[in-house]
Design a protein around this ligand. Structure first.
Ligand code: UTP
Length: 296
């Protein structure tokens, strides 16, 4: 069985839910506490043993490339000023030369199309796919557990979480079969099931391990919902030929592509930090006593 060595990060979306913040700044570069959103996702992949990071970018996204590049002037200035802690922090996050690749989607035709744009960089091997909008909080990273499951099962793996059953029609939902290792066999996969027809309340939360055969399917894929080339449509096709397994993630997931999810992520990650917890918890308590929605 081939190891999962590469991860794809589709970062070519327009981020319309977060305008005007995302007019000039990519949503992946918005800051959660003191790191851009994309850094959390890359760190999760690194923890899972990923060795090569592939970014599918678009217009206005060059700052993502700059973020993962060496900034000589800054590094020299920090060294001269004796700011060794900061320098060490930056160097620790720095990918080694040749560990990152970038390709452009050119036209945002949908997530499936963005993934297909990475086909030559991935080649003929399984790959991790992490949607950078979704950042996760848990002691052990979601992708690390997924790689462990994959190493026991092969095939394709998607991470799922529970949603309110009344909201299931908004998501990609999976049916749960027999348990295997730290996951389970997926019996069916439905994109946005009609209310009352969902096979479970387990929704696909933005982390995948996929086999390279997905690229051939995406190549033939017609446009689906929203007139976009949909990844879920291609995965559904792949289920006809290959097994899919589910990993039930029990940590917190924040959708940083929406203002609400982004604010929640900032609060949660700041509360997670031992150096910030006590002060922030006190501030939140006093705000909850006093703050009112505007106009009331
Ligand atoms: P979203 O639908 O959440 O991203 O896609 P979006 O299109 O940027 O969001 P809104 O709705 O306009 O606010 C999920 C992921 O797929 C990427 C996005 O960057 C995001 O990480 N994506 C989506 C692409 O890379 N290309 C696309 O054509 C569409």
């Amino acid at each position: 069985m081939k190891r999962v060595r590469k991860a794809v990060f589709p970062v070519a979306g327009l981020g319309t839910r977060f305008l005007p913040a995302t007019k000039a700044v990519p949503k992946e570069m918005l800051t959660v506490v003191d790191r851009p959103v994309i850094q959390y996702v890359v760190d999760e992949a690194k923890e899972a043993g990923i060795e090569h990071f592939i970014f599918v970018t678009g217009r206005n996204k060059t700052v993502i490339e700059d973020h993962f590049d060496v900034q000589f002037e800054l590094y020299n200035t920090l060294a001269q000023r004796g700011k060794d802690d900061q320098l060490e922090k930056l160097q620790r996050l720095q990918p080694t030369p040749g560990q990152t690749s970038y390709t452009r989607q050119q036209v945002p035709l949908g997530l499936g199309h963005a993934v297909w744009c990475a086909r030559d960089l991935v080649g003929n091997e399984p790959f991790a796919l992490l949607l950078p909008d979704m950042i996760m909080q848990s002691e052990k990273g979601c992708m690390k557990d997924m790689v462990e499951l994959y190493e026991n099962t092969g095939g394709n793996v998607v991470a799922v979480q529970e949603c309110d059953p009344a909201e299931a029609h908004k998501y990609g939902i999976v049916g749960k079969g027999e348990p295997i290792h730290n996951g389970f066999r997926i019996t069916e996969m439905v994109e946005k099931p009609k209310p009352g027809t969902a096979p479970s309340n387990l929704y696909i939360n933005g982390r995948y391990i996929l086999q390279p055969e997905i690229f051939g399917i995406l190549e033939q894929q017609e446009r689906g919902a929203g007139n976009e080339i949909q990844l879920t449509d291609a995965m559904l096709k792949l289920t006809e030929e290959q097994p899919f397994y589910g990993y039930h993630f029990h940590g917190q997931t924040f959708d940083c592509g929406s203002p609400e999810g982004f604010v929640e992520a900032n609060v949660a990650f700041a509360l997670w930090r031992p150096d910030m917890h006590a002060k922030l918890a006190g501030t939140i308590e006093s705000l909850l006593r006093e703050a009112r929605p505007a106009g009331r």
